[in-house]
Design a protein around this ligand. Structure first.
Ligand SMILES: Cc1cc2nc3c(=O)[nH]c(=O)nc-3n(C[C@H](O)[C@H](O)[C@H](O)COP(=O)(O)OP(=O)(O)OC[C@H]3O[C@@H](n4cnc5c(N)ncnc54)[C@H](O)[C@@H]3O)c2cc1C
Length: 458
């Protein structure tokens, strides 16, 4: 080990979570080091659908994408049934972004403030003094030099790799594993087409278990003749790999027949669950994909990462004011996240599992009969409360003979009940780390009861 350097805070990983945290702390007066193992050219280079709702920028005060950062404006989403005969149109403003351009602008702005950035610097593992997390052991990839960065708070924003979190002691509740069935394996290509795309301001989501089992496939225009097209497949269930499905099912689609060239191709894992039970522990904060701050239904994680980073910046400032970097000193982040987006994630996690168990026929039935219309889909996705046409249930007694799927509707009523329960439990997230164990046991029971009652097999 060559040397020891001392900072107030070290942010490991400068993707959407870490970069925005450094941006929110740029005028904090704290001595902050942000590191990432990639070079400037590869910033925010992880494969992505590149779609993000405009509200994520409004909610956090992050400047919206502009110039080269913005590839296309989004006016709404078209959600297709398995047969594609039925479409739900959800209006809502958003952006198709150039991740690299946006990421680089956010990091440059942070650097103009109090943040020091080192790229090509890989975190190897956490650095402990006795039982206390005191920093990170890092490697300068260009000089092949290993050194210690000491800090009062270590932030893990390394996405799926979770290089710090996974190496924390097993008995720290923040060291939580991602179950494969709580993730999607996703693959996408950015393709230039010969032809112009119809309605380029609407991104399209196709639900079809034969193409994307336990996920969906997407067609997101990034301009008049460039499209980000890909699919996600639920992990841990023995489904075919997304690359195979992409080749066999998507490349034969008429919309993709006139390909000029593939501009980018790649895939990665997407967590699709409720947040980690705690985002903080002693001297530690985890945000972004590594703490599962994502939308469980569509897997979008950039906006959730921004929000977690935004709240983390406030908690960090308070912790430095108080000089308390223990789990208790950082607990405010849990309370602020879990009682807002966390609660929504928790209820959408229930809905996600239910959707993953439905057959194509059942999904078709639901969309055809408008069990959930555009407004319902929008409200469910923004609040986490199931806004389905449950009044159908009231009519059930009368039409039971006529209706083909009473079981589905009854299940849906149960799903709504458990979504509410999960959300309410998160709204009662404990005030103090001491009560976390009890809260987790109660939470696990809600999910176990749900799986049993509704018949979730994974
Ligand atoms: C195919 C696909 C499509 C998606 N589509 C969308 C979408 O349309 N909209 C959306 O909102 N989300 C989408 N997502 C999810 C989104 O990409 C993630 O939620 C988001 O990138 C998470 O940000 P993050 O900062 O937590 O992690 P990451 O983006 O993974 O960033 C982590 C950073 O940490 C760095 N790092 C990792 N390990 C180390 C280490 N040891 N030392 C130093 N640095 C390290 C990495 O280099 C990287 O820069 C998609 C994901 C996939 C895979």
């Amino acid at each position: 080990m060559d040397s020891i350097e001392k900072y107030d805070l070290v942010i490991v990983g400068l993707g959407p979570a870490g970069a925005t945290l450094s941006y929110f702390l740029r005028k904090s007066g704290l001595k902050v080091l942000g590191i990432d193992m990639v070079s400037w050219d590869q910033i925010w280079g992880k494969p992505c659908g590149d779609a993000i709702g405009a509200h994520h920028f409004d909610e956090t005060g992050l400047p919206e994408p502009r110039g080269k950062e913005l590839k296309e404006r989004v006016d709404g989403i078209l959600i297709y049934s398995p047969s594609e005969e039925h479409v739900v149109k959800v209006e809502g403003k958003g952006y198709m972004i150039d991740r690299r351009e946006l990421g680089r602008r956010i990091i440059s702005d942070a650097e103009k403030g109090d943040i020091e950035v080192r790229l090509r610097t890989q975190a190897l593992k956490p650095y402990f003094e006795g039982d206390l997390l005191k920093g990170v052991i890092v490697k300068d990839l260009d000089k092949n030099r290993t050194y210690v960065v000491k800090a009062d708070i270590v932030v893990d924003a390394t996405g799926n790799s979770g290089v710090i979190r996974r190496r924390l002691p097993e008995d720290w509740p923040v060291n939580e594993k991602l179950k494969p069935t709580d993730s999607n394996i996703a693959y996408r290509e950015i393709v230039e087409l010969e032809n112009d795309i119809d309605m380029p301001n609407y991104i399209r989501i196709y639900i079809n278990k034969e193409v994307a089992p336990g996920g969906y496939w997407w067609f997101f225009p990034e301009g008049k003749n460039v499209v980000n097209v890909g699919l996600g497949v639920q992990g841990g269930r023995g489904y075919p790999l997304p690359t195979k499905l992409f080749k066999e099912k998507l490349l034969r689609r008429p919309e993709l027949l006139k390909r000029v060239k593939v501009l980018k191709a790649g895939g990665s894992t997407v967590p699709t669950r409720r947040p980690a039970n705690t985002l903080v522990w002693h001297n530690f904060i985890g945000i972004g994909d590594n703490a599962f701050t994502v939308n469980p239904v569509h897997g979008g994680g950039m906006g959730y990462a921004f929000y977690a980073a935004f709240l983390a910046s406030k908690t960090i400032l308070k912790a430095f004011e108080m000089g308390d970097f223990s789990a208790k000193g950082l607990w405010e982040l849990n309370i602020s996240y879990m009682r807002t987006l966390g609660a929504k994630q928790a209820s959408l996690d229930i809905f996600r599992m239910f959707l993953q168990e439905l057959s194509n026929d059942e999904i078709e039935f639901g969309i055809r009969n408008k069990i959930m219309d555009a407004e319902g889909a929008y409200e469910t996705s923004t609040t986490g409360d199931l806004k389905a046409n449950l009044s159908l249930l009231d009519k059930l007694a009368v039409i039971l003979k006529g209706i083909k799927r009473p079981l589905l509707l009854l299940k849906l009523a149960k799903v709504a009940e458990y979504m509410k329960k999960a959300k309410e439990h998160y709204l009662k997230y404990p005030e103090d780390p001491v009560a976390l164990g009890k809260w987790i046991s109660e939470l696990n029971k809600i999910y176990a009861d749900f799986k049993k009652d509704v018949g979730i097999s994974f």
